[in-house]
Structures are given as C-alpha cells and as structure tokens.
Design a protein around this ligand. Structure first.
Ligand code: COD
Ligand code: ATP
Length: 199
C-alpha cells in the first residue's frame, strides 16, 4: 500500500529542506511549487491565460513569466491573487493527480506531497498523514526576507495571504519544529520515519 505524506507549512518555513531530506531516502516528492512553475512555462495554456488576464507586461524579455513582477502584483491584493489562482489551481491539480497516480502504479511505498497551501486548498484529502513544518512568525519573516530579498512589508504581505499557523497546527497529524538547526529538524524527521516504520 502507498502512503501519501502531505507536507505543508507557511512560506519559508522549511518544507523544501524537509522534502530534500526525505528524498535522500529515495521517497519520491510531488512538489506543488515546482508544478506551479511547469504549468506556466512558455508555450503553455497557463501562460497564455496569464497574459490575457494581466497583459504582456508579466513577461520577461526571454518570454518566461516574470515571477517577481507578478508576485508584487498579486501578494497583498487579494482580487489579483484570486484571478491568478483561478488560472493556475486547476492546472496544478490536474498535474498533481496524474503524478500521484503514476507513482501509485509504480508501487511507491511513501510519496511526499509538498503543498504550501495544503489545508487552504483541501489537498489534505488526498493524503494519509499530514506533516506541518513550523517556525515562529518572526523567524519566518527573517528567513523569507533573506531568501527572497524582500522588504519587511512585502514579506508580511505574503505570510498574511496564508492561514495562521494555529489553524494549520490544529489540523496537522505531525508537527515538526524547524526553529532550531537543520540537523535538529532532520533528527525529528528521522524519529518520525522510524516510529512509523518507513525506514
Ligand atoms: C505569484 C508567483 C508567480 C510568485 O512566484 P515566486 O517564484 O516569487 O514564488 P513561488 O512560486 O516560489 O512561491 C513561493 C511561496 O509563495 C506562497 N504562495 C504561492 N502562491 C500562493 C498563493 N496563491 N497563495 C498564498 N501563498 C502562495 C507559497 O508559500 C509558496 O511556497 C507564484 O507564487 C504563483 O504562480 N502562484 C500561484 C500558483 C499557486 O497558487 N501556487 C501554490 C500552489 S499550492
Ligand atoms: N533550520 C534552519 N536553520 C536556518 N535556516 C533554515 C533552516 N531551515 C530552512 N532554512 C532556510 O530558510 C529558508 C526557507 O527554507 P525552505 O526554502 O526550505 O522553505 P519552504 O517552506 O520550502 O519555502 P517556500 O515554500 O516558500 O518555497 C531557506 O533559505 C533555507 O535555507
């Protein structure tokens, strides 16, 4: 039987750090952020629809989506974000469903489904167990500002488009605290994997 492990957490909480670690054990990862990029590559229907909605100003000179520019438009303006997700959400869902089906057919024992907006979008329904990576909001702001070179206000706007941590924590089966070192986080993950006989 295949177990689908839903991995979630706020922006810059450490999901990729955890999913990379899980992938080191050979567990396949289906990553919604990566798929969100694939569905708007040049030549896709997704990109065509984005241009039709937001104008050609969203394109870089090489024809790729200017993600930084679009991010500035949508984060902090809920109407604009809703227009974008109306385009991307169905395309992401279709790809995720296909990938999960393929991996199940290959009889993967554990599949990691990494979705930042797991609970907000109901993807937890596809999972057998949900794991939340959490850090305190101040640390989240610091890591996000540093990683994406954002101002305090821009980082806060991104965080505030997502559900508050407490609401996600109430729904998660397992909570991993990523406020310490990466090594400490990996140890918590290893304990979880061992306890559940995944390794
Ligand atoms: C606005 C975009 C172009 C900005 O791109 P950028 O490269 O700067 O960010 P990236 O895609 O790496 O996302 C970073 C993080 O932002 C957060 N985020 C992304 N989309 C959303 C959203 N619709 N609502 C809330 N938070 C979001 C997530 O925590 C995500 O991990 C991009 O985020 C996007 O296309 N978003 C819409 C697609 C989507 O809904 N993705 C989430 C899949 S669950
Ligand atoms: N335990 C840690 N200690 C210090 N820095 C960390 C730790 N975990 C992650 N980071 C750093 O914090 C940033 C966010 O981590 P990561 O990219 O894994 O988060 P994420 O949840 O996948 O983010 P997003 O979903 O927004 O892409 C990265 O720059 C990463 O190197």
């Amino acid at each position: 039987m295949t177990v689908i492990l839903g991995l979630t957490g706020g922006i810059a909480s450490g999901k990729s750090t955890v999913s990379r670690y899980l992938n080191e054990f050979g567990f396949p990862v289906v990553d919604a952020d990566i798929i969100a990029r694939e569905v708007v590559e040049p030549g896709t229907i997704g990109l065509q629809q984005i241009i039709a909605t937001f104008s050609e100003a969203v394109l870089k000179a090489d024809g790729h989506l200017n993600r930084q520019y679009l991010g500035r438009i949508v984060f902090g303006q809920s109407k604009e974000l809703a227009k974008l997700t109306k385009i991307t959400a169905p395309l992401i869902r279709e790809t995720i469903t296909k990938r999960l089906q393929l991996l199940k057919e290959k009889k993967a024992s554990l599949i990691v489904l990494d979705v930042p907006l797991m609970f907000e979008t109901g993807y937890d329904k596809l999972t057998d167990v949900t794991l939340l990576v959490e850090i305190p909001k101040e640390l989240q702001l610091q890591r996000l500002m540093r990683r994406d070179q954002l101002t305090y206000t821009a980082a806060l706007a991104r965080i505030n488009t997502q559900w508050p941590l407490a609401k996600k924590r109430a729904l998660a089966d397992v909570v991993i605290d990523n406020s310490g070192t990466v090594a400490q986080t990996k140890q918590q993950m290893l304990d979880f994997l061992k306890q559940n006989h995944f390794v």
